[in-house]
Design a protein around this ligand. Structure first.
Ligand SMILES: NC(=O)c1ccc[n+]([C@@H]2O[C@H](COP(=O)([O-])OP(=O)(O)OC[C@H]3O[C@@H](n4cnc5c(N)ncnc54)[C@H](O)[C@@H]3O)[C@@H](O)[C@H]2O)c1
Length: 367
């Protein structure tokens, strides 16, 4: 059982930037008991955040390909908050991946500092690079709507014999056929679409659950989100949005006893506001009926830096995949996916999913 956790990353955007900054920001965390702001687990089965080592990285942007990862994470169009600026040279060069459907055509209409700019470098053979790198886990951080590109990376992961962590909403871990491919190869996978530590999804799910558990009927709800990063710019293309909308809507609806009709539940990214940068605004409203069929309405506004919010979950996802590799578990990690992602193979209320994860860590659940 090796003590370091070697990961490869596809997509060196804002989420990767926050993750890597976090690896250095939390480098001295060693103890189990200390209360550390921003962490759900200091240690997981003895694994520290500083045990995570990035050994390979792939992107397609001319400002990132060929650079050391320590520089690429701060290159435009990344615009997330820098909370750890002194990142030493990591000795990992960002390699050119195949573009496929990773870049939305509408991006060309926007200024270069706000959008992806494709490098002219020849793409590498990702499966070969993964094999050479010694990575054990591939993190997928590609843009929403990159169906072909995500399938390409998932296949490379299978060829290279690595675990897969799907942080975005192309359905792999929650898709029966893909899940079987990982199971057959004896490889664990976790996904799909990371749920933030405290973001719009978990807030909306928790409030919906509160209505339901207090006997209040939910009649209508919306969740409108705005942001100024490339994730929101990419999602201005409605054709790319299908799976993100399913992922977010099913995550919230799963907390109700009865699904709402299409007309009565609206969840989605709503606009791109460049000056917000990586700040996300979420406006949500729930309308219901309580005792005596009398109405109750709730409005909430959440303002949150988007990418560190996902990294807080991902540092746990990586360590949960590592203990699954140590335990030779294959296929979807049911409890970790339910707790840490929006579109897992099976949904559970968050407090139950959390308990399941603790049981998994303690070795009391198989997956
Ligand atoms: N921010 C969050 O809290 C959060 C939460 C859940 C899910 N997600 C999802 O995670 C994904 C990553 O988010 P982000 O904010 O880092 O996005 P981002 O736009 O900042 O980064 C995406 C990166 O992928 C690169 N890319 C595009 N096509 C590629 C290809 N074919 N091969 C390799 N790289 C390619 C881009 O150049 C860019 O660097 C998105 O799909 C997003 O919806 C984000």
């Amino acid at each position: 059982m090796s003590k370091s956790i070697n990961i490869a990353i596809a997509g060196i955007g804002n989420c990767t930037s926050s993750l890597i900054q976090g690896l250095f920001y939390y480098k001295d965390v060693k103890g189990e008991k200390e209360l550390i702001p921003g962490l759900m687990h200091n240690l997981i089965s003895g694994y520290k955040i500083s045990d995570i080592k990035v050994v390979a990285a792939f992107d397609i942007d001319v400002r990132k390909v060929g650079k050391d990862l320590s520089e690429a994470i701060f290159a435009l169009p990344n615009n997330t908050k820098v909370f750890c600026k002194d990142i030493p040279k990591m000795g990992v060069k960002v390699k050119m991946g195949p573009v496929l459907d990773g870049v939305a055509p509408h991006m060309k209409e926007y200024p270069e500092d706000k959008r992806f700019v494709v490098s002219k470098e020849k793409p590498v053979d990702v499966a070969e690079e993964l094999k050479k790198s010694g990575a054990e886990i591939l993190m997928n951080y590609l843009p929403v709507g990159s169906q072909k590109a995500v399938e390409y990376y998932a296949n490379c992961c299978l060829k290279a014999g690595m675990a897969f962590c799907n942080c975005m909403p192309v359905f792999i871990v929650s898709d029966k056929e893909w899940a079987e491919k990982f199971e057959k190869k004896g490889l664990p996978c976790l996904g799909d679409d990371v749920k933030s530590m405290l973001g719009a999804t978990i807030l909306h799910r928790t409030l919906m659950r509160l209505f339901v558990e207090r006997g209040v009927i939910v009649d209508r709800s919306y969740q409108l989100n705005c942001g100024g990063n490339t994730d929101f710019l990419n999602m201005l293309s409605r054709e790319r949005l299908k799976s993100k909308k399913i992922s977010k809507t099913e995550s919230v609806e799963s907390q109700l006893f009865k699904r709402l009709s299409y007309d009565n539940l609206h969840i989605g990214p709503s606009d791109w506001v460049p000056w917000l940068k990586d700040k996300k605004l979420c406006f949500l409203r729930i309308e219901g009926r309580k005792f005596g069929n009398v109405s109750i309405n709730l409005e909430a506004r959440l303002e949150v830096e988007d990418s560190p919010n996902s990294a807080g979950c991902v540092v746990d996802a990586i360590r949960l995949l590592k203990i699954s590799l140590d335990r030779k578990i294959s296929g979807p990690l049911v409890s970790a996916s339910a707790y840490l992602t929006k579109h897992p193979p099976a949904q559970f209320p968050d407090y139950i999913a959390r308990k399941m994860v603790e049981e998994f860590i303690a070795g009391k659940r198989e997956r």
